[in-house]
Design a protein around this ligand. Structure first.
Ligand SMILES: [Fe+2]
Ligand SMILES: [Fe+2]
Length: 472
């Protein structure tokens, strides 16, 4: 049979500029987010223009298509998707940001944030977006929220299981009720009987690729059991979004069946990835490409724009700490850290921010070793790091969380040693503190995960995030 090519994107988070694109309130909101806000429409236009020209057969979108379920944002993205559909097939699932599950929609005007924003309810989402792919739908399941999971016949030999996992697991968390999971396994069995392979897409994570510190709250309820059920019923590849981090993870069930999860990064945040799949009847080859440029207000922005925006979350806070107390505390609060503005503490914050912005890795390493009696970081690694700025290394590691590049690819061994040593530091300190054993073990459960995270980033042995093959 002829091959099929699909493109997968997630977390478009389209934001209508009619909700505000300037003023202090908007600036604080924009500066606290890894992804772009006012530029989302421009990024989507650039990506869709490329996809229209490409040889893909269909585009699959893995949820969070709007910033926060605002009707204005939905209307705009719906119009773009409808136009795109004239050229290529589109399959869409929505997720919690598309019906504003936290009930906190916002628009921004001057210094103020207003909440008088109309949003779209889950049932209406179904009416709006189920037109995409409807002609290929061979079975569907409606969740208690009124969202519709569907199984599509994408080509002769390939089906797409596009499932809505919002609030369907026990306790109202993302995931699947037994009935929903049963419908999914029926689709997998039916596909096998009909000689078809299946790729699934959902919004929340089935597997958490980093550590439970970052990702466990982002995965579906009872996730490893669900992963086993799906793998044991023949599902080999699932696409998810939500974490905004591009990363491929594998899991093998107790019965020895492997499932691969491709976590798609956010389309409108660094590195703005599109994941392409070529299916040849047996295998799916995947390849990730980053968005190279887009035009905003007549100006061309290249890929570094996404990078600067993401790093801005950190750098703008440090600059504010160095220069302006009011700005610093406002930015902290915009990032969800709600502490009172301590006048007495600010000179210390100012000093620390100023030093951090200039500090070299060598100085930071020596300082850490001084505080830990010379044992934390390998002395040769500190020497080799030399004049490298501390924030350059921090930026590399921070960006690799989102782009899945693994610092291991271009990092020097001394950088890897230093970063993993810093990751191990919290546990080393806790082990030496005079705490009750039970309390110590409790804290270590968390600090050990920081060590796991840095090690994973610097030395991962997981599958290739950018380019590989999954046998379906
Ligand atoms: Fe998202
Ligand atoms: Fe999400």
């Amino acid at each position: 049979m002829a091959g099929v090519k699909l493109a997968f994107i997630a977390d478009i988070h389209h934001y209508s500029e009619r909700l505000g694109n300037s003023g202090r309130a908007y600036e604080l909101r924009e500066g606290s987010d890894q992804k772009c806000l006012k530029e989302t429409g421009a990024v989507i236009d650039a990506v869709f223009a490329e996809l229209e020209k490409s040889d893909i057969d269909a585009l699959v979108i893995a949820g969070d298509i709007t910033n926060d379920g605002e009707r204005l944002s939905h209307d705009e993205i719906y119009a773009r998707l409808s136009a795109f559909r004239e050229k290529k097939k589109v399959y869409v699932i929505t997720s919690t940001h598309d019906w504003c599950s936290d009930n906190n929609p916002r628009r921004f005007e001057g210094e103020n944030v207003y909440h008088d924003v109309e949003t779209v309810a889950p049932k209406e989402l179904t009416d709006m977006y189920s037109v995409f792919g409807r002609e290929d739908c061979i079975s569907s399941y409606t969740t208690p929220l009124g969202l519709v999971s569907s199984c599509y016949q994408v080509s002769d030999g390939l089906r797409l299981l596009a499932v809505h996992d919002d609030c369907d697991a026990e306790g109202g968390r993302s995931g699947y009720s037994e009935k929903h999971l049963q419908w999914m396994t029926e689709q997998l069995k039916k596909a096998q009987e009909d000689g078809c392979k299946v790729i699934a897409v959902q919004h929340h994570l089935v597997l958490h690729p980093f550590t439970r510190l970052i990702n466990s709250g982002q995965s579906i309820g009872d996730n490893f059991r669900v992963a086993s059920v799906l793998a044991d019923n023949g599902l080999r590849l699932v696409f998810v979004g939500h974490s905004h981090m591009q990363r491929t993870t594998e899991f093998v069930s107790e019965k020895g069946n492997k499932i691969t999860q491709i976590n798609l990064g956010a389309l409108t945040g660094y590195p703005a990835p599109v994941t392409y799949i070529s299916f040849d009847g047996e295998n799916a080859d995947y390849k990730v490409e980053f968005t190279k440029s887009f035009i905003y207000n007549g100006e061309k922005k290249d890929a570094s724009y996404f990078e600067s925006h993401t790093l801005g979350v950190l750098f703008n806070l440090l600059e504010a700490g160095k220069n302006d107390k009011k700005d610093f505390y406002e930015r902290l609060r915009a990032n969800g850290i709600k502490i009172p503005s301590y006048d007495l503490l600010y000179p210390l914050i100012k000093f620390v921010c100023k030093r951090l912005l200039k500090m070299k890795c060598r100085t930071a390493g020596r300082l850490i070793n001084f505080l830990t009696f010379g044992k934390a970081i390998d002395k040769r690694a500190i020497k080799e790091l030399g004049d490298m700025k501390l924030l350059s290394l921090v930026s590399k590691v921070f960006l690799s969380v989102f782009d899945g590049s693994y610092a291991v690819k271009d990092a020097r061994e001394c950088e890897r040693l230093a970063v993993t040593a810093v990751g191990e530091l919290p546990s080393r300190i806790i082990r030496r503190l005079p705490l009750k054993e039970e309390k110590k073990q409790g804290i270590l459960k968390t600090t050990d995960q920081i060590a796991v995270l840095t090690k994973e980033l610097m030395y991962s042995s997981g599958p290739d995030n950018m380019n590989s093959t999954v046998a379906l």
